[in-house]
Design a protein around this ligand. Structure first.
Ligand code: SF4
Length: 326
């Protein structure tokens, strides 16, 4: 299937007084229409930065140094900011962790939905208001005819995030970039919000890039997953395969950090060590200081993504016979 989003060799840099730091280094992936790609990793891995680069919201002085981002074949990484802003409203929806950053406290949710709808679709005021009520109903807001005139603070956190999802999807975008959309919510309602996002996107054929640190959310929502470490994708493949048969030792560690299903093991197995700082990324495989399986080649040469059966992994173990790796 033709990809809706194509990201090729994306490099993001932060120029500074002591030199330029490379925060994303050759990130490539595709998302098909109606597909949900999860992007997962620890904090500092570059997952949110990848989302920000795709939608043109990198915080200065961060900048795309090279690579391409294409939406339905059209290159969007080199557009002027005004053109990109239009694309962001109409063709790309964004959902962030805190719903209050996406909602204006001074306007009712109905007003905000009507504005969004009317900016992007040929609807008059009455039709847009009708559609706003319909959207609130679709996302499970009780008594939408009354709630449409309420302000964001009159909604609970979970309801507010539902409204943000409705806003992001109001103009039928081709792509939604959701960055930790449930992290600020109560565990009890996280699953409902993820279900809603998943259902609406599947119904509308919207491609989704879902950035999260939570493998549980990935397992629940995504079709494929890209695992990031130190600014690079270290494993990518169908969720089922990455979860059940991870090929990269970092993915194996991430999987172990999910609380085990059986009640006996209460402790999380953590990956020893920490993600390297941008100015101290080790040579060779960036994961080698933390990797229980590192061998000589890992310290000298950096692996690219290698076919590992059902997934692709940036690890020399994938291409090295076990006896040579010891
Ligand atoms: Fe570990 Fe080496 Fe694979 Fe890196 S390349 S993950 S250090 S085995």
């Amino acid at each position: 299937m033709q990809s809706l989003l194509e990201v090729r060799d994306l490099v993001v840099e932060f120029p500074g007084r002591r030199g330029t730091l490379r925060a994303l280094d050759g990130v490539s992936f595709d998302i098909a229409p109606g597909e949900i790609l999860g992007v997962v990793g620890e904090s500092g891995a570059g997952k949110s930065l990848t989302g920000a680069a795709v939608i043109g919201l990198l915080e200065p002085p961060g900048r795309i140094a090279s690579g391409e981002v294409r939406l339905s074949g059209q290159r969007i990484d080199n557009l002027p900011s005004s053109a990109l802003r239009r694309i962001r409203g109409r063709r790309i929806g964004a959902i962030f962790q805190d719903p209050l950053t996406s909602l204006d406290p001074l306007y009712t949710v109905g007003r905000q939905l009507v504005e969004t709808l009317r900016t992007h679709l040929p609807l008059d005021e009455t039709a847009a208001r009708g559609r706003a009520v319909e959207l609130l109903r679709e996302i499970g807001i009780p008594a939408p005819e009354a709630r449409v005139d309420h302000y964001p603070h009159q909604f609970s956190g979970g309801m507010r995030q539902r409204v943000v999802i409705a806003l992001a999807l109001a103009a039928n975008p081709e792509l939604v970039v959701a960055d930790e959309p449930t992290t600020a919510l109560d565990v009890s309602i996280q699953a409902q919000v993820i279900d809603l996002l998943k259902r609406l996107c599947k119904e509308q054929g919207t491609a989704v890039m879902l950035v999260t640190h939570d493998m549980g959310v990935i397992a629940e929502a995504c079709d494929r997953v890209a695992v990031m470490y130190a600014g690079r994708i270290v494993e990518i493949g169908p969720v089922r395969d990455v979860i059940h048969a991870p090929a990269h030792p970092y993915t194996v560690g991430l999987m172990r950090s999910i609380p085990a299903m059986d009640a006996d093991s209460e402790r999380l197995a953590q990956i020893d060590g920490a993600m390297p700082r941008l100015d101290a990324i080790p040579p060779g495989c960036a994961f080698h200081p933390r990797c229980p399986q590192a061998f000589a080649r890992c310290r000298a040469e950096r692996p690219g993504l290698i076919d590992a059966g059902r997934t692709r992994a940036a690890c020399w173990l994938v291409s090295t016979p076990v006896e040579d790796a010891e």
